[in-house]
Ligand binder design. Sequence first.
Ligand code: FAD
Length: 398
Amino acid sequence: MDAARADGDRDTHTDRDTHPDRNTHPHRDTHAVDVAVVGAGQAGLSAAYHLRRRGFEPDPAATRSFVVLDAERSPGGAWQHRWESLRMETVNGIHELPGFAVPPADPRASARDVLPAYFDEYERRFDLRVRRPVQVSSVQREDADPRGRLRIESDAGTWSARWVVNATGTWRRPFWPHYPGAASFRGRQLHVHDYVSAEEFAGQRVVIVGAGISAVQLLDEISRVADTFWVTRDELRWDADEFDTAARIAAIAGVEDRVRRGLPPGSVISVTGLRWNRWAEAAQERGVLVRHPMFERIEPDGVRLPGGVRERADVILWATGFRADIPHLAPLGLRTAAGGIRVANGRALDDPRLFLIGYGPSQSTVGANRAGRDAVRAIASDLGDGVRSPRRRSPAVR
Ligand SMILES: Cc1cc2nc3c(=O)[nH]c(=O)nc-3n(C[C@H](O)[C@H](O)[C@H](O)COP(=O)(O)OP(=O)(O)OC[C@H]3O[C@@H](n4cnc5c(N)ncnc54)[C@H](O)[C@@H]3O)c2cc1C
């Protein structure tokens, strides 16, 4: 008997009586589960872990069932795509997945090697049976019943679920702001999403756009081999070395408030300043941490600053962040006029069958962990489990 089965959650199952359609579905080719988790990064795996802990199984035939669908070919979520120079010693305080620590790793090892291997082991250890590559193209209501099921269409078939936990992250939606003249630029433009290493810019003049931690890290790195020119839209507000707890709570509360009102989440950096960090310090020591105001337009061989000053450029590197990867949720019609989805505590206010985790305030490894746990807690509560915490034991370990 597995630990999840043994922990007693099953005694409280009542949904089979009230939902006789739970494991079968009128459309033969549709797999019916209780919970579909879309995305297997930090947030999705946290949800899957907590589902296991509450007695759900990755098997449509189980009394309580779930499935995890992930578009990647292999485990690791966005970590498998990050640039090589993002090392374990330089990642920004990552938080490990619940219930299993990251095995000791060489601090000089690339995060994109260590973390996907860890995620892989994690999935096997807790028998999460992630299905991949499965690209979800749409989530929609099966009928007008507000307690009815949601249909999940993908390139690998159709699922039907009572709850959808969306954990699709942001990595696949890099944000490129629009500036006049962009199409006329004769040099190279790229987003940090496609950054490989500084060496490819050796000897060139690189304009770096952005006020976040990626911009500062890459400014430090690229300025060692190239001539850099750093621009940001707003003046920078540098926070002290240690981002204190009160500031962090206030920042997260700001993003929480935005998403509750249906505004696009924005990044935590947009509501705080930029934290002073090792790259900023290194760049400052070498005299390259020099911020300029954002350019007004792009020209064939450079950028035009306010006041008419022209700066030559071979490359424009956009370190301008990412947006929530949620176009597949459009059929639910939850988008507000402001462009977001109204979400509170990870749950869509306008359709409580949908959770968005790793979204808005939970867009960090620690936030994603908690959001996965809270979504599952809310689902268990919907099922009548009450608000008690599951017993302190891990899901079945293989
Ligand atoms: C460059 C960079 C560095 C960062 N460094 C840190 C750090 O050091 N510390 C930290 O706490 N946070 C960091 N973050 C924030 C980070 O994004 C989160 O901490 C966390 O890793 C995100 O996890 P996630 O599960 O939300 O998303 P992801 O890891 O992106 O996982 C989402 C998964 O969903 C899949 N998916 C997407 N769309 C679909 C679909 N339609 N159908 C099926 N599957 C889909 C994706 O393929 C992916 O596997 C960083 C972010 C960036 C961009």
